[in-house]
Design a protein around this ligand. Structure first.
Ligand SMILES: [Zn+2]
Length: 261
């Protein structure tokens, strides 16, 4: 049935239903438009930092928010790897520290982030994840953005109980076959046959970083490092503490709410 004959049939006899239909469509368009607008910038730029312990889920939430707001998601770890791989001047410098088994100094990391944030696609907002890691880096970032009339609009801290983090990470298993790399979780995504990859039937292994002892140590180090950083942003009034447990959808909604989106 063509569109014309459909409308004709609908309006036959009584013109009211067609009028109501048009009103309903207009109302629907208005609602969808306002939701989309609210989900975008809400009239302001969002320069947001995500923080959280290993396994808190900040990467997942950060990349989703970046996608919905249509702004770049800058993960300092990814940027560092890219710079080293591409052999940029900063990347080569960082590589020389990594090869010596040392951490790249603050100055170098700051420079790498500033170079990236100066690109035009960051001017309308960005999501940072993995940086800053120290109060010195946070102060550098404040000064750098201030010179460009920008500032951090919010810092989202995903809070997850240590036992939940341990359960999430210590249950991870990956396929030992380097060609396959399938990933599993003892509780949330168990393989069909315990200890065996569904895809290639090879044995599953646990990453050295994912064992409970290593993990508890990483969480401990994270806690010590993050406290002064959280204080820094708390004083600025930008800190948003979000409970990072439960369904991903609910956590995401809490994040949007805290950002006034
Ligand atoms: Zn496999």
């Amino acid at each position: 049935m063509s569109r014309r004959s459909c409308l004709h049939t609908f309006s036959e006899g009584n013109p009211m239903p067609q009028f109501v239909l048009v009103l309903a469509v207009v109302a629907l368009v208005l609602v969808v438009e306002s939701v989309l607008r609210a989900r975008n910038y809400n009239g302001k730029k969002h320069n947001v930092i995500f923080m959280g312990a290993p396994g808190a889920g900040k990467g997942t939430q950060a990349s989703r928010l970046a996608k919905d707001l249509n702004i770049p998601h800058l993960s300092s770890g990814d940027l560092l790897r890219k710079a080293v791989q591409q052999g940029t001047p900063t990347g080569d410098e960082i590589k020389s520290y990594i090869e010596k088994g040392q951490l790249a100094p603050d100055d170098l990391i700051n420079k790498m982030i500033a170079e990236e944030l100066s690109k035009p696609n960051y001017k309308d907002g960005f999501i940072l994840d993995g940086y800053p890691r120290t109060v010195e880096q946070a102060e550098f970032l404040d000064d750098y953005l201030d010179e460009d009339n920008r500032y951090i609009t919010a810092v989202v801290e995903l809070q997850v109980d240590e036992e939940v983090l341990v359960e999430r990470i210590a249950g991870r298993r990956i396929c030992g076959n380097g060609q396959c790399n399938a990933s599993y979780h003892l509780k949330f995504k168990p393989p069909l046959v315990p200890g065996t990859c569904d895809l290639c039937r090879r044995p599953l292994i646990q990453r050295a970083d994912d064992t409970e002892a290593v993990l508890r140590e990483r969480i401990e180090r994270h806690e010590q490092r993050i406290v002064p950083l959280l204080q820094h942003y708390h004083h600025q009034g930008t800190l948003k503490e979000i409970k990072g447990e439960g369904p991903l959808e609910e956590i995401y909604d809490d994040i949007l709410l805290s950002l006034g989106i």
